[in-house]
Design a protein around this ligand. Structure first.
Ligand code: AMP
Ligand code: ZN
Length: 114
């Protein structure tokens, strides 16, 4: 989508601190990190968010998860732990309408989230 921030990051129109890329996914450091590891993993095709996943495109979640596992290894947070977060909609705190998986790690995280 031409006016989507994350689509612009994927096609290089907006710079990003890339940590991983494959045929289906792209990952980069969050511009406003909440922990020493804070990475966003996104599908290369535009999907607004979790509400738009259905049986036909649910493989997007598998691809995000597999890419995230690679990143967790290279970031060195596999042993100590980390969190996967997908914010959805207004109450969920979603600010960018392109599906993204936050990988957050590198410190002891609080629960429940605020
Ligand atoms: P969410 O609030 O779940 O929609 O997450 C959006 C995330 O994108 C936030 O954590 C922002 O800090 C992050 N973000 C926004 N713009 C950029 C950017 N240009 N580069 C990297 N991260 C960004
Ligand atoms: Zn997009």
């Amino acid at each position: 989508m031409t006016d989507c921030l994350f689509c612009k990051i994927i096609n290089g129109k907006i710079p990003s601190d890339k940590v991983y890329e494959d045929k289906f996914t792209y990952a980069f450091r969050d511009i406003n990190p909440v922990a020493s590891t804070h990475i966003l993993v996104i599908p290369k095709i535009h999907v607004n968010g979790l509400n738009d996943l259905k049986i036909e495109n649910i493989d997007i979640m598998s691809k995000l998860t597999l890419s995230a596992q690679e990143i967790i290894n290279t970031e060195g947070v596999k042993e100590n732990g980390y969190r996967f977060v997908i914010n959805s909609g207004m109450d969920g705190g979603q600010t960018v309408s392109h599906l993204h998986l936050h990988i957050i790690g590198g410190r002891k995280l609080k629960w429940p989230p605020g």
